[in-house]
Ligand binder design. Structure first.
Ligand code: F6R
Length: 239
């Protein structure tokens, strides 16, 4: 696991995009795993600005999706991925995968998502953010490292943190489908991004605390190839 502290969101975006673009240009990016939220936005922007060839052949898999949002809701991760990743990069819409948070049978939708990941050959580069709770995807504290794609309950802290994407905190769904820790672990490379003081304690726990489900992101220390990109505020509690 490699940690780099960079000046700001722009620098982090450029560095994260270097990793993804390097894999794409080397012909090794068949499947890109994407986080939504604020942290990776500049990675996608930097990639879009490079005008790289070959995006139409790349499969994109989201980490997670809220349960129960109507189709076309701007806060749904299906919409977010379409707006912030698919359209700017020029990915084929048929190659974009987001868990189905509107399925009648959510457990079947989770199983289908696991199968789709395997059928695609697994994720080559997974872009990750980290929650203030230490979550990756929506794997909140207590999530077993052996977990797979499943329905989870969001913590009150995560609901509060994500309220900024909704009209009010009451509108934030309390449940989501998320890739499990073991699902995320199968990606060949991981790039985790954290910015701001609000992430400093989660970053400290993930990188220097116990490797245990209390801090789901600590599982990254058991993965093969992980690059952690931090701004100075997110890195401020590291020794
Ligand atoms: C989103 C996801 C979450 C976020 C995390 C950080 O798909 O999987 O783990 O990455 O909540 O969110 P931001 O970057 O908005 O602070």
């Amino acid at each position: 696991l490699q940690v780099e502290v960079l000046a700001d969101a722009r620098e982090i975006g450029r560095r994260g995009a270097d990793v993804v673009a390097g894999e794409l240009l080397a012909g090794r990016l068949r499947v890109l795993g994407v986080a939504t939220g604020s942290s990776p936005l500049q990675v996608y922007e930097s990639l879009a600005a490079r005008d790289l060839p070959g995006w139409d052949g790349v499969e994109v898999f989201a980490l997670d999706e809220y349960v129960g949002l109507p189709a076309g809701d701007r806060a749904s991760y299906a919409d977010v991925v379409d707006r912030e990743v698919r359209a700017p990069l020029g990915v084929d819409p048929a190659r974009v995968h987001v868990p189905d948070g509107r399925a009648d049978d959510l457990d079947a939708a989770c199983d289908a998502y696991e199968q789709a990941l395997v059928a695609a050959g697994g994720v080559d580069v997974q872009v990750l953010g980290i929650g203030a709770t230490g979550h990756i995807g929506f794997n909140e504290p207590g999530s077993p490292f052996s977990s797979r794609t499943r329905v989870v309950e969001l913590t009150p802290r995560t609901v509060a943190d994500n309220a900024r994407f909704f009209a009010s905190a009451d509108d934030v769904p309390r449940r989501a489908i998320t890739q499990g820790i073991a699902t995320i672990a199968r990606a060949r490379r991981h790039v985790l991004i954290a910015r701001g003081e609000g992430k400093a304690e989660a970053v400290r726990a993930a990188l220097e605390g116990e490797v245990a489900p209390d801090c789901p992101a600590s599982a990254l220390r058991t993965f093969e190839d992980v690059l952690v990109l931090l701004d100075p505020a997110a890195a401020s509690l590291l020794t």
